[in-house]
Ligand binder design. Sequence first.
Ligand code: FUL
Length: 685
Amino acid sequence: MKRLFLPLLIVLACQGPEVAPPDPVYPIPSERQLAWHELEYYGFIHFNMNTFSDMEWGMGDEDPADFYPSALDARQWAKVARDAGMKGLIITAKHHDGFCLWPSAYTEHSVKNSPWREGEGDLIRELREACDEYGLKMGIYYSPWDRNHADYGKPEYITYMRNQLTELLTNYGEIFEVWFDGANGGTGYYGGANEDRKVDKKSYYEWENTIALVRELQPNAVIFGDAGPDVRWVGNEHGFAYETTWSNLLRDSVYAGMPEYADQYAKGQEDGSHWVPAEADVSIRPGWYYHEYEDHKVKTLPQLLDIYYKSIGQNASLLINFPVDRRGLIHEKDVEQILKLKEKIDEDFAEDLSSTAKVRASNERGNGYEANNVLDGRKESYWATEDGMIQSHLAFTFDDPTWVNRFVVQEYIALGQRIKKFSLEAKTENGWELIAEGTTIGTKRILRFDDIEVRQIRLNILDAKAEPLLSSIGIFYAPKLVTEPILRREKSGILTLEVPESGIEIFYTVDGSTPDTQSPVYESPLMVDQPVTLKTIAVDRGTGRKSEVMTYALDIPKAQWKVLSSDIGAEKAIDEDPQTFWKSDSNELVIDFGEEHKISGFTYWPPQNRYMTGIISQFVFQGSNDGENWRDLAEGEFSNIHNNPIEQQVRFSEATVRYVKLRAKQTTDDQNAAFGEVGVITFEQ
Ligand code: FUL
């Protein structure tokens, strides 16, 4: 008897008594939502008739013959997405203008009537094959609003929409997300073929039946809409989730396409009845569709990195859009930037230091729910406290003092989002210090803080709906982001240089030589009252990493300059900020330098706002010594300025003048001339 029972007793002693799992806190995610949470990061493709009409919202009367990409390659899109670390691609199968990227049997407004692939093309199929080749999931964007279809606004259109969804969700394999756009003339502006047909957004689309159809055809797909049902919009198109972001939503009282609900989409609701997590969508350029004139506006690495941390790091998934160009390719500049982001994320999370620490919890629920579960890399295991133990902490102790600046924490969301308030403290040589605090955690929260050398780091759960459940913790020491400093100059001539991270030094020269760590260090704003060539470099002293060298030709300061106009807004044309602009009723700008200057050229920044009007395409530039008698100094065109609205430089033979006048002979859209920033050239740059 003894011999028989001994092994069993040993096993029982090791396993300890069985412990009941914590009760769920409702709402909880469905299986399909849990699978979607795993993806985190995927791409959007906006490519459609708008690409060729150079619009963001086409009217629906475009000619299918205009859809004619010269070198379309969906494999290039998939490769870029895969290399960027994305897990899938969602494509605009049909946008608001109604043009279809597949040869739908229910309309003539599609690729089948375009010259592309001689009318035999099917872009959804090409993307499917490319996604399969590169191991990506595929999603479908389908705009319920349709400016082309004659029946839009009538019940017949709903049948059309369902027929098309049936095609898309039956013929192209597994779809991971069906993206229903909320825009349907929400501002009362409808436009297109059905201008006069206003629809009641709550009832017109009979969402219940449409959702049932998607469930039937693609049971594993999540459905995105402004307010769900499975995934919700984050409430802005900047790609940022909020410091407080609940995956819970009072879904049945929040409706798609209605701006008054934006705050609910944005942050979710602590008392929300359904699990409807946030997806943050953003384009890598200002527009969703490709416009050559935005080639110089692709988001920079610091911008993209901020988006990453404020979406994935704040309980949302991230959907970054590529406006595929007219060739049918993701533009080289977009590829370069998205790969820089990937490289930096890999660098930031290269080594998880938590594996070198010992973890202890203030309380453990018992067998199977130990603190160590947060370090085992398994998403099914988690640390839990005993029933009712809400205030609690997890402490990580390092053998040696360790530098850290990132803390990644994940709740075990299968049993509901719980945490409402937390703080992070570090034990250094000087005792405990508060290094971060916040509200919600959810699927993932990434805390960024200044470099600190710690012996211990402690996550305190201060308030939660029920006992906290944490499935994963990561601790990292991300290298600093070393990018070129950003220069700002005021009208007075005062100049500031900025880098996105603290702890980076900026060195500069004004004598034309290449700056290095022996050059003067930038410590505070500089007064530049002479024309100089400034060169800068940013250096992380710790690692020795350097940015590229930047060169700036800084001409005479504009401190004494005045615009001769009674409109005070006119000063925006010479405030050293191309982002602000002045629109002139007379189509000209007259500047008084206050004294004579020898000039040999001028510069013009067209307006930089999203929908630029009044860009000067043909000009006359004149000079005067008394403000009355003018002589022409230059005349000509700014070639390609509509497509590439960057700073223009025009040179002419030297002239000594006190007044200058830039007059528009023509603007690109026949609107009054707009001046982003005007300057002069007085030295060879
Ligand atoms: C919006 C649309 O109106 C835009 O054109 C774009 O497709 C964006 C992703 O969603 O609602």
